[in-house]
Design a protein around this ligand. Sequence first.
Ligand code: TRP
Length: 348
Amino acid sequence: MSSDTFQASKKISDEIKADLAVNPGKYIMLTGDRPTGRLHLGHYFGTIKERVKLQELGVTTRIIIADYQVITDRDTTANIADNVHNMVIDYMACGIDPEKTIIFTHSAIPALNQLMLPFLSLCTEAELMRNPTVKSEQEASGHALTGLLLTYPVHQACDILFCKGNVVPVGKDQLPHIEQTRQIARRFNDRYAPVFPEPHGLLTEAVEIPGLDGRKMSKSYGNAISLSATAEETAKLIKKSKTDSERFITFDKENRPGVSALLTTAALCTGRSEVEIAEEIGNDGSGALKKYVTEAVNEYLAPIRARREELMQDMDYVRDVLAEGNRKANEIANATLNEVREAMGMVY
Ligand code: TRP
């Protein structure tokens, strides 16, 4: 994506953010996650916190657990049910309220998936082939490009448009998909009848929280602090994180990625600045820093983990939340599919 396009998206995103607080009723948020494992601090500060904020502002909020997306770049669905249930638990523990936000799974909404056929007719092979995120995910997977991965921006457009989502909180890497979604909506509306909004990405303000080694936080790098980890597991993970041989603690992302990642983690959890924390620890070295970070993270996550524990004791409730979310999402998807049939003259 060119920096001009990014700047344009950023500008609109900022304008919408200002308007969200004034006119929350104008907005429908749709966003989601792939159930490939437990949610971690990177998810929490990157997007979950923002979703809770929008929910509390009174924006209409929907969250998709994108189970079919798991097989875009891997060839197993092992543990998927467990991952999905834990994702529902993580959301609720973080403050997503199922009375206000619909939580549902991609595979349970047939009418959503049926949008795929008309939408595919609105995209060219060249458009799909040049999507930078599809390309990089394919390279990272080490697999041949599957049809599902190639068409991933299109099924994500179905996710967003079935519920007429007009704001999509996403990271920068997802912006090309939003652009494709806008194009699909525009082409459908031009060709048939105006049914869909043209959604905008809502770029999250949060600093991207680095993993414990300074790389992006990701379960596959082993550098992620899961919301579901125990206080002891968290301490262990932080203890073995890589710092450097310099004793005096300073915040220097470029030259000291390990130390700086720890400082950012502590800063997010305490609301203090990295530099302030670094100055306080100074010559006490990385042992003291790790101790500080461990306490900050564990204290921050304590209420979330306590709610998690409670929910784990009541799996029937967790399953009910998902069943109810799926029921509501199906209602919305069926209504939209009927509009699509009408727009296309396919009512017999
Ligand atoms: N692709 C997103 C991710 O990997 C998850 C997702 C699925 C999503 N459907 C979506 C995000 C619709 C925004 C809108 O994180």
